[in-house]
Write a protein that binds this ligand. Structure first.
Ligand code: PLP
Length: 636
């Protein structure tokens, strides 16, 4: 586990059990060993065929853990409750979940259900997100906030006002000054008193990757001058009491509590000024930014780590607001945060399989074979070989390498000219590999081919270079003796992972075949952890690889300690084709006619063409990923 820095990023949910497999403590606390869930058992349950008691799902697979989600929510709430209690803060915390982090129906429904006892709400940034938030919050606490962020048109604003009519505690946060006129107009037309928030553009700037939207030149929010104009306009419309919330967002992955305190204190000053100007202020919404320690380094100097805990974060927020409000004798506002990453990152594990590794095979060449090769070489190449052998006899390894490279280049040229055959070129390649390996300069890093699309499932690695912990989910009782990079199924040179947490350019991995592999039929499974936020929604369809299959797994009594409460196969070839406006039904009909016309062969009763057509129909239903032995249920 230490090789993969698991103690740092995995705590308190993930560890290695006595079988050498990764196990999950879904409630984040020490439980008895049999209450931990063995991730390999989940994978087997999901991928074994139905006839063997499995669910017959194809990999890649997302394992969702609602118990972890519940624990994250409760931990966030208790961190704020503790900070509020210990600092005599005179209002409560009620957070919202920004659905953009993962809009999956079950994730959002779980959050609303688990968060209902503490008035947890939702944040939307677009019309479809608002629709889903509205319908999910119908089952939530009546006091839960529904924060409407993002750029808005009249349709968005009408929908938000309708949500208020439906008794959902909706706040329209002005992202642009222009939105105010529409809010005033539409609310009059619909006869609804709106609750309005403003998003302030803070001067505090977060300098990490995720901070480019912050600071005076940031993309979002209103400047001080604009906020003052909003106040004036609302006053003129007799609606200043409607302005009740101040929102800001410093950026995701805020690296330190020092920066957080700086931004929150600046916003608290604006809040107090709005109170002074007569607005009906009640809530300060500190946005997202509560970070995740992806590499377990607890460092404030990295985009993928943070130098604080949930408790430190909550305590810094409460202190910064209390100090400013007390100085101005302003009633403490209700605290809201839009923490997304911190709530959903841990709850899902992406499981994928390595299907092959580029293994170095020393060519089996007898001295007779070698002589044959040498005899077949043109004279100059034969001279290179002679020099190479002589240098080897003298133990001059650098010179050996030089002659080997010279021999190889000469042979490539001769192959291009048609002088050398393919067998001889391959033999020369092999000879050069033997030389490199013998003198220890061959590249020891292998390429592991994985049944996955990085563009679909780890898009932030490709897009912004973000690193996530990636670890084999089994065989961790054996020391990995190989190093490898991961190469995906897409025909794209960017479809590879060659940077890993800890600044590594390769990952310690196990041999694909041989010892230990037999325990799962020679399969080698890897897990990408902490990817529950953003990755699913951002992922694309490069090469038409769709999303993974999904299982929802809850802790339960019973021999394995878990129950699968939902199992959904990933999108089929037909599904992904439909996204690109193809019509799988029409495509199939075209191909079926073609099969009738050409596919009959000698067979006159139409059986052969029917068999072809049924194979084609199946191809539309199957997932785009490779069908491996384990996904056919061949693993033991
Ligand atoms: N709120 C707003 C306005 C955002 O732009 C974001 C994301 O950047 C979030 C909340 C969620 O941030 P995080 O995932 O860092 O908690």
């Amino acid at each position: 586990a230490s090789l993969y820095r698991m103690d740092g990023w995995g705590d308190p949910y993930f560890s290695v059990n006595s079988s050498g497999n990764i196990s999950v403590r879904p409630h984040g606390v020490e439980t008895l060993p049999h209450q931990e869930i063995d991730v390999l058992k989940i994978v087997k349950k999901a991928s074994d065929p139905k006839s063997a008691g499995g669910l017959g799902l194809q990999l890649p697979l997302i394992v969702r853990l609602p118990d972890v989600l519940k624990n994250r929510l409760e931990s966030l709430q208790s961190a704020f409750n503790f900070a509020i209690g210990s600092q005599d803060y005179e209002a409560h915390y009620q957070g919202v979940y920004p659905v953009k982090c993962n809009q999956d129906r079950f994730v959002v429904e779980d959050i609303v259900r688990f968060g209902s006892p503490f008035r947890f709400g939702l944040e939307a940034g677009s019309k479809p997100e608002l629709l889903l938030a509205m319908s999910c919050l119908c089952k939530g606490s009546p006091e839960a906030l529904l924060i409407c962020n993002g750029f808005k048109d009249a349709e968005y604003i009408s929908l938000a006002l309708v949500a208020r009519k439906l008794a959902l505690n909706t706040v329209i946060v002005l992202e642009m000054e222009e939105e105010l006129d529409t809010v005033i107009d539409v609310s009059k037309k619909l006869s609804v008193r709106p609750v309005i928030g403003v998003r302030a553009k803070l001067r505090t700037k977060h300098s990490g990757h995720f901070g480019s939207t912050s600071g005076e030149k940031g993309k979002f929010g209103l400047t001080t001058t604009q906020i003052l104009r909003v106040v004036k306009k609302l006053e003129q419309a007799g609606m200043l009491d409607c302005l009740q919330l101040l929102h800001f967002h410093i950026g995701s992955q805020i690296p330190s509590t020092a920066l957080l305190t700086d931004g929150v204190a600046e916003a608290a000053q604006i809040y107090c000024e709005l109170v002074r100007l007569g607005a009906g202020m009640q809530v300060i919404d500190i946005g997202g930014g509560l970070g995740i320690d992806y590499d377990g380094s607890k460092s404030a100097d990295s985009d993928i780590s943070v130098g604080y805990s949930l408790e430190d974060y909550a305590s810094a927020v409460v202190r910064a607001i209390r100090v400013v409000c007390d100085r101005k004798s302003v009633k403490h506002p209700v605290l809201c945060s839009e923490s997304g990453r911190a709530i959903v990152s841990h709850h899902s594990i992406l499981i994928f399989e390595a299907v092959a590794a580029s293994v170095y095979h020393a060519p089996a060449m007898s001295s007779h074979g070698l002589q044959y090769l040498v005899d077949g070489l043109p004279e100059d190449a034969r001279a290179d070989y002679g020099n190479l052998s002589a240098a080897a006899m003298r133990g001059e390894y650098e010179t050996c390498l030089l002659y080997a490279e010279q021999l190889k280049q000469r042979c490539i040229e001769q192959f291009k000219e048609g002088v050398l055959g393919m067998e001889q070129l391959a033999a020369v390649d092999g000879l050069c590999d033997v030389v490199s390996k013998a003198i220890g300069v061959s590249d020891p890093v292998r390429t592991y081919h994985v049944n996955l699309s990085i563009f679909t499932s780890i898009p932030d690695f490709w897009g912004i270079g973000q690193l996530f912990p990636i670890v084999p989910i089994h065989r961790l009782d054996q020391r990995p003796c190989v190093r490898g990079i991961l190469s995906d199924l897409t025909c794209d040179s960017d479809g590879k992972i060659d940077r890993f947490i800890g600044g590594e350019s390769s990952l310690p991995l196990h041999e694909m075949e041989g010892e230990g592999g037999a325990s799962v039929g020679g399969r080698y499974y890897l897990g990408m952890f902490l990817g529950g936020a953003y990755e699913e929604a951002i992922g694309g369809l490069h090469n038409l690889f769709g999303g993974p299959s999904v299982v929802r797994v809850q802790q339960s009594e019973g021999p394995h300690g878990f129950a699968v409460t939902l199992a959904v196969p990933g999108p089929s070839c037909g599904d992904v084709l439909r996204v690109m406006q193809h019509e799988p039904k029409l495509m199939f009909e075209t191909l079926r006619h073609r099969a009738e016309e050409y596919g009959g062969g000698q067979d006159h009763d139409g059986m052969a063409s029917m068999a072809l057509a049924s194979g084609l129909a199946q191809s539309f239903h199957n997932m785009p990923y490779l069908v491996t032995a384990s996904s056919c249920g061949l693993n033991a």
